[in-house]
Design a protein around this ligand. Sequence first.
Ligand SMILES: [Zn+2]
Length: 324
Amino acid sequence: MRRFTAHAIAGLAVFAAWGSPASATECKDPAKALGVSRIVEIDTANGPMFGAVTKRDTEERFLADDEVVLTFDDGPVPWVTGPILDTLDAFCTKATFFPVGRMAISRPALVKDILARGHTLGGHTWSHPNNLRRLSRDKAVDQIERGFAAVALAAGTDIAPFFRFPGLNDSDELLDYLQGRNIASFTVDVISNDSFISSPKAIAERTLRLTTAQRGGILLFHDLKRPTARALPAILAGLKARGFKVVHLVPKAPATPLATLDAELQPILAKAKPSALVPIYGSPAQARTREGDRPRVTTLAPEPRARSREAQAAAGAAKTAGAP
Ligand SMILES: [Zn+2]
């Protein structure tokens, strides 16, 4: 059974809200460009879940063979995120960033730069407790909500209702919560292990080996340590050489951060001195597009489904009871 409907949509007006159109940038070096082969617009109603590294019942893989999605967690850090943004620009490609809220709100200029260069921003909690399961439900929910509110405030505009659990440590009740808030959760398919590998060459080799073995997928990196930034040019060149295509994710509708948290976070943002943090890397002007040069857009609208084990069991029982 198909679990989602995918259809091409005409027109790209929907992306006006997302800053620079994703891809079709005028590349400085077209020969080097990895580019964006298509855009997937995700309807996050009912909190779909994507990625293979989980025992959960997730949505079907929406990527074709040899398609990849680039994701970066745990930033932003100027001396890592900045060079990563430059490398993505140099390869004319787009990624999704899952920043840590308290880091994002202290570096609003960098967060704005991520958006200005056409990438997608989601949430990854306020302060990155490695296992939300160990917190009370209230504290864990606050981490999730405060994270989104902080990134959105730093961005100064809408962000995506895309979430990644720190350490991929989800729980039934938090997945239920995300579903109620229409937030999509992302695990991964390929783990670069860049948090634990200090050699850029080793990060690149591992990533390319695993990506090739799995014929693509959602790739996980961290814009936190320099080796990742140093490995990225070889990774993107390697992906291009092997024929991989980059898929850029955008949301159908923006995240809806809680306004109550904005009031608490505003004083932190006010102290961030954005003028002192204006990034010096690259130029958003590169995101100019040419008509007719845009990647295909497909919309992904997964059917509602029970996520928690308890809810799945109840749904299964109901189905059995209703069976002829
Ligand atoms: Zn993380």
